[in-house]
Design a protein around this ligand. Structure first.
Ligand code: PRX
Length: 646
């Protein structure tokens, strides 16, 4: 299969001389030289970088590679939190702000490295007090408050494995993830704030664990003063527990390959995959990319707008910046609360210098109007970044001009939950940028575009984006399912990691990502498996069959369209569409709610019974059906489906 890419974009922006002069990597020739060396001998390259972390025991072998299973820094021992916290207490960073937090209603808190260290050590002792041990899985379901980071770091401190579930996911989603990772302990909050509303986190947890005797402890952080149910003997308050412990919690060294966290993400089946990351390699990826790609300086005020529930939050809100001793802004709520200038106000108030956000947010800001950023002084910004989906050139240009004052470089960073850290990106002082391309691979990353047979394609031909060599922050497996890990990532193209993305490389070697090639949608920068939404729909009593596809969406990148056939005897309410949308919201979370539901007597199928998604995509996108329909069983279905009744 070849993928066509029609986008032609010729604007080139050189890094400013001023930025380049101060940058770690100051020109393209230097990047190319270092990149070449890093690919010629990745082990040597990574070993040199890894030596800058703090190890309690040195490794004996940089990489043990039995495709597709990697072990990095074999025999080495380290503690992630010693690298993120203790290290910084020894010098000038001791009293530097680590986290500057603002709640949606406007409360402000600052934690210095010293204070964050203290909180993490205390909470790690709370975990121990509750009999949580090395290797135990702990599910974290929190609002975006410093305690979310503290909970993650406390797990890392004692070698427990965290699995953060985004606070926007439903009780059902928590249930599935608990069952898969086998966590016996949940850390949550009474609630959180989102767009002026309260998110009832503890209530969702209660529903998720109802009748689940395996859950022996729920630790509840008081955030929202909600009246919640406390189950005697199972639930405890965070603040009460903290009264029983000291801040003395030594950072024991864990094996470099000890699991650090599991993070669930959507794949092409109905069941989310538990992506497993381990200690040394992940920390190295997080630390080194943050420092190099954001060209981090001691006096930066760095803001990554992602929630800790996503990989971006893990790597670029928690582990990466803290491993570099950075000052991070953390904001709990919505970008348009109480007004659409909240982000710009935060930037002006705190003097943010680096802003890392998502194209979907940028498109929403464009829609809300230029007057909102214009009200604020954004001159503190020196670098901008985007992540999560392809950025359309108009959004890129708006970001550059209206937010970056045509002065700040933009790093369009391509990566995935699985890759752990940024893989393809400009280096802000070195790489000339063009709107819409993530440009060049990062050091040590051997990215290529190949055809179905695994052969590298010439410039400007679309194909599969693969990574040909292992890298330290790569996923190690799908939790509990090595076979699925192999099948999913390592069989499509021999001896290569297949990203699931399509892309092309232009004549300068720049990568243009065209999007997912599998049945995964990218809705507002978040991955959503069509099969997940389908099984949520089918779990409703009225639904016989469902097929879900994406359609272009101005703000969200992709919108969700569901084609549904109902059971013969189903009771059809007038508001069935709304009922089904709500049902999907309850089964997965609000982000998965279909934008459009179309009812049909039948779905277009091949003679062998396979749903013809390609046709549905064309219908959902609003265009006529242009593709081949020769294998379609019943042509009249198409005509019916094309008519939307709203
Ligand atoms: O399709 C690519 C898209 O997001 C997918 C990864 O999603 P997730 O694991 O949720 O991680 C998102 C944050 C790292 C990729 O397979 N994607 C991510 N970044 C970009 C992108 N597509 C184009 N350009 C990007 N910069």
């Amino acid at each position: 299969m070849s993928i066509e890419s029609h986008l032609v974009e010729n604007r080139i922006f050189q890094p400013s001389r001023e930025f380049s002069k101060a940058a770690r990597i100051g020109d393209l020739a230097e990047y190319r030289k270092l990149y070449k060396a890093s690919i010629a001998d990745p082990e040597k390259f990574w070993a040199k970088q890894a030596a800058k972390l703090r190890w309690q025991k040195d490794w004996t072998k940089v990489l043990q590679w039995k495709c597709p299973f990697a072990k990095w820094f074999v025999g080495g021992k380290l503690n992630v939190t010693e690298n993120c916290l203790d290290r910084h207490l020894e010098g000038a960073r001791r009293n530097k702000a680590a986290i500057i937090w603002e709640g949606e209603p406007g409360e402000k808190r600052t934690l210095t490295y010293h204070q964050l260290h203290r909180e993490v050590c205390k909470f790690a002792n709370v975990l121990k007090r509750n009999n949580i041990k090395k290797g135990d899985r702990v599910l974290i379901y929190m609002p975006l408050v410093p305690e979310a980071s503290i909970a993650m770091l406390a797990c890392a401190r004692i070698g427990a494995v965290h699995s953060v579930v985004f606070g926007g996911f439903s009780a059902e989603s928590i249930k599935d993830r608990l069952a898969d990772c086998g966590a016996q302990v949940v850390i949550t909050a009474d609630g959180g704030y989102r767009r002026g509303q309260m998110v009832t986190l503890k209530q969702n947890v209660d529903r998720a664990i109802e009748g689940n005797a395996a859950i022996r402890r729920v630790i509840v952080f008081k955030r929202a003063n909600l009246d919640i149910h406390i189950a005697e003997g199972r639930d405890v308050w965070w603040h009460r527990e903290m009264d029983y412990v000291t801040a003395d919690c030594p950072a024991l060294g864990f094996d470099s390959e000890h699991p650090l966290f599991i993070l669930y993400t959507s794949g092409s089946t109905g069941k989310p995959k538990g992506i497993l990351h381990t200690t040394g390699g992940y920390l190295l990826g997080a630390q080194f990319t943050t420092k190099t790609i954001f060209d981090l300086r001691e006096d930066d005020v760095y803001w990554c707008t992602a929630d800790v529930g996503w990989i971006t939050g893990h790597t670029y809100l928690v582990y990466g910046p803290l491993a570099n001793g950075a000052t991070c802004l953390m904001y709990e709520g919505a970008p348009n609360w109480p007004e659409p200038d909240r982000f710009w106000k935060l930037i002006a108030d705190y003097g943010v210098t680096i802003l890392y956000t998502a194209p979907t947010a940028i498109r929403a800001f464009i829609k809300w109007g230029d007057e909102w950023p214009a009200k604020h002084d954004l001159s503190s910004l020196r670098l901008l970044g985007t992540v999560g989906e392809p950025i359309n050139p108009e959004a890129w240009m708006w970001f550059r001009e209206k937010i970056g004052g045509s002065r700040c470089p933009i790093v369009d960073t391509w990566w995935q939950t699985e890759t752990g850290a940024i893989m393809i990106t400009p280096l802000p002082g070195a790489t000339p940028t063009t709107p819409g391309t993530a440009t060049l691979p990062f050091f040590g990353i051997d990215a290529a575009i190949v055809d179905d047979a695994g052969k590298e394609l010439p410039a400007n031909e679309g194909g599969k984006l693969v990574i040909r060599k292992p890298w330290p922050s790569m996923l190690r497996s799908i939790y509990g399912d090595k076979q699925r890990y192999k099948d999913q990532y390592w069989t499509e193209v021999k001896d290569c990691y297949f990203t699931g993305d399509g892309a092309r490389r232009d004549e300068h070697g720049y990568f243009w990502i065209t999007g997912r090639m599998d049945d995964v949608l990218n809705v507002a920068g978040h991955r959503l498996g069509t099969a997940e939404v389908e099984s949520a729909l089918v779990s409703h009593e009225a639904v016989a069959e469902a097929a879900v596809v994406g359609r272009p969406d101005e703000i969200k990148g992709q919108g969700v369209v569901a084609f549904v056939t109902l059971k013969t005897h189903a009771v059809v309410h007038a508001d069935l569409k709304e009922i089904l949308r709500k049902h999907v919201g309850e089964m997965i979370g609000p982000i998965a709610k279909p934008d459009d539901i179309r009812f049909a007597d039948a779905l277009p199928k091949t003679r062998s019974g396979k749903i013809m998604r390609r046709l549905l995509k064309e219908i959902a996108g609003g265009g006529g059906v242009t593709g081949d329909t020769t294998t379609l069983e019943d042509l009249s279905i198409l005509a019916k489906l094309s008519k939307s009744d709203d």
